[in-house]
Design a protein around this ligand. Structure first.
Ligand SMILES: Cc1cc2nc3c(=O)[nH]c(=O)nc-3n(C[C@H](O)[C@H](O)[C@H](O)COP(=O)(O)O)c2cc1C
Length: 203
């Protein structure tokens, strides 16, 4: 089949996300205006470079402005926490659109830990957290009524790795059971990994 997204796909469900999969999940803690901590998952998320390390996430597809993007812009910082199999339910709980004043961290049964270079705390149970300084935003042109179709970029200025997540000095996403987002309601656990060196590189 061929379809033009603007004209519709004619399928029971939009297949787009299932065809850009797996996507890493950015799980962000940010500070609300009143100083409480917000958490939310975003799978339009990735690293775009490592010198310096930069990540971005895309906030949109909603009739309301989302907290993570608003806070990351207002505060100039955000924290990404890696999602593992053990944290899947808590991550999902933080995607719920709750009324103002409801503590999403408590709702998800999470504990926080302090960061070193930013005021925003990290999720204690996550094996990896990136302390990020918001560097750029980019509005995505849109047809609909979305309030915040926005890319937010952040430089990773500090990285926490749990001691037991490093084996022989390496971080292994398969051993940590990192999860990723597919399409529909589907997820993947990192597995079936294999090694292949670039032709000109030695290990
Ligand atoms: C795994 C997962 C990935 C998601 N990815 C995105 C995304 O990339 N962009 C987005 O706008 N919403 C995404 N959502 C929905 C948001 O998490 C949801 O709107 C949430 O309420 C936003 O929280 P916040 O307002 O506290 O930032 C995702 C939800 C889940 C469960």
């Amino acid at each position: 089949m061929f379809y033009e997204p603007k004209k519709g796909h004619g399928l029971p469900r939009d297949p787009f996300k299932a065809m850009v999969a797996p996507r890493p999940i950015g799980w962000f803690t940010t500070l609300n205006d009143d100083g409480t901590v917000n958490a939310g998952p975003y799978s339009y998320f990735n690293a775009v470079g490592d010198n310096p390390p930069v990540v971005f996430f895309s906030s949109g597809s909603s009739e309301r402005e989302k907290d993570s993007a608003r806070n990351a812009i207002a505060r100039g910082e955000f924290v990404h926490n890696l999602v593992t199999w053990d944290l899947r339910e808590a991550m999902n709980a933080t995607s719920e659109e709750v009324a103002a004043g409801v503590d999403e961290i408590e709702l998800a049964g999470l504990e926080l830990a302090p960061c070193n270079l930013v005021k925003t705390p990290r999720i204690a149970a996550s094996p990896v957290s990136f302390e990020c300084r918001t560097t750029q935003t980019l509005a995505i042109p849109q047809d609909g009524e979305n309030l915040d179709n926005m890319l937010v970029f952040g430089e990773v200025i500090g990285i926490h790795i749990a001691d037991d997540a490093l084996v022989d000095g390496r971080f292994d996403p398969e051993a940590q059971k990192v999860i990723a987002r597919l399409g529909y309601a589907n997820y993947a656990v990192v597995g079936g990994t294999f090694r292949m060196l670039r032709p000109e590189l030695q290990d």
